[in-house]
Ligand binder design. Structure first.
Ligand code: NAD
Length: 328
């Protein structure tokens, strides 16, 4: 597990090697960013950074517990206060992301436009699958997947009209790879990936770009599983710069999946084995599949590809149509 690595030694080495280069400033003056779940954790770091870089920010947060109970306007208010004290522009919104129209309405009322949506709000209801209840399943899906959908649904017509929009949605490594006790969360998070990739296709010609991140950060969500040194090294501030970059007009990337945390950023893509094409004019039996199994799952024979679209995917099937075996 990640907890077993000699984390402190690695951290010391990383600190010593860090040259901290300065890049050109990416500014957001005149633009409006909506960040959901921005009352704490990662969302707060995003809101502070967008505001610092000149954006007007809607700080949305329901202010409930980590398992999605209750509500409190203080979470969002404190972040708005912090932004204003630093000379930035921000307003609070306390609605659940399930009411995405109200979140977006706050941006339009306060600032007259919307340019960037960061869907970040989230909760956990971890249970082994045998113990999962409909309530645990539904609430997690409603906040992560339906909430993401509802906020984008409200922003989309404005993005289409102005031919500009930047969407950053939040998945999780747990959605990409799975994790014990999180069937509800992992399925909602991979749902966010599929949602984002399709948005990217539908938005491309209107300059609406959509990307999805799988972050790692020390927040209240992870405080129970990360030791204190790790929380320190996994600051939300190390994730925010990628979110700002993806939200910027100079970004041309869309439909991307990025893992990010501790100052490390990487892209994830699919890989498909070369597969086995059985003769297309013959009945296919389970025994034939069994006999070919080692080739079906072989990624190392030099034939694996990285399909990046449904068209890429379908090509594999098309190619097999010519695979006709002559009758003996
Ligand atoms: P967090 O609990 O610190 O922040 C989440 C925020 O969302 C909270 O302030 C909460 O009040 C708010 N929120 C919850 N439900 C809401 C709703 N219905 N409407 C509006 N606001 C709501 O957690 P975090 O670690 O900062 O997580 C942020 C996002 O990143 C989440 O989507 C989470 O699933 C994802 N994520 C985090 C990690 C990590 O390592 N921290 C890993 C993978 C994914």
């Amino acid at each position: 597990s990640i907890m077993d690595t000699d984390f402190l030694a690695l951290l010391e080495r990383a600190k010593a090697a860090n040259a901290n280069p300065k890049a050109d400033a990416l500014r957001f003056d005149g633009q409006v960013a909506v960040v959901t779940g921005a009352g704490g954790g990662l969302g707060k770091a995003y809101a502070l950074l967008f505001a610092k870089l000149g954006a007007s920010v809607v700080v949305n947060d329901l202010g409930g517990s980590a398992v999605g109970q209750g509500s409190d306007s203080r979470a969002a208010d404190l972040v708005v206060e912090e932004i204003r004290k630093a000379g930035g522009k921000a307003v609070a919104n306390y609605d659940s992301v399930e009411e995405g129209d109200k979140v977006v309405e706050t941006a339009l009322k306060a600032f007259g436009r919307i340019d960037i949506v960061v869907n970040n709000a989230g909760i956990l209801r971890d249970k082994s699958f045998a113990r999962m209840t409909d309530a645990d399943w539904d609430l997690v899906h409603r906040v992560h997947l339906r909430g993401t959908y509802k906020v984008v649904q409200a922003a989309w017509p404005h993005f289409v009209k102005q031919k500009y929009g930047r969407i950053i949605n939040t998945a999780s490594a747990v959605g990409l790879y799975g994790n014990f006790g999180q069937t509800n969360y992992s399925s909602a998070k991979l749902g966010v990936v599929g949602f984002t990739r399709t948005l990217a296709l539908e938005g491309q010609r209107k300059n609406i770009l959509a990307n999805v991140i799988a972050p790692n950060a020390g927040t209240r969500m992870t405080a129970t599983v990360m030791p204190p040194e790790m929380v320190e090294a996994f600051k939300p501030e190390y994730v925010a710069p990628l979110v700002a970059f993806l939200g910027h007009s100079s970004n041309e990337e869309t439909g991307g999946i990025f893992e990010v945390g501790s100052g490390w950023v990487a892209q994830v893509r699919w890989q498909r084995s070369g597969g086995v094409g059985f003769p297309a004019n013959r009945d296919l039996s389970p025994e034939q599949v069994a006999a070919a199994w080692s080739r079906i799952i072989d990624f190392e024979d030099g034939r694996a590809t990285n399909p990046n679209s449904t068209q890429d995917s379908f090509q594999g099937f098309m190619d097999n149509f010519s695979n006709i075996q002559e009758e003996e």
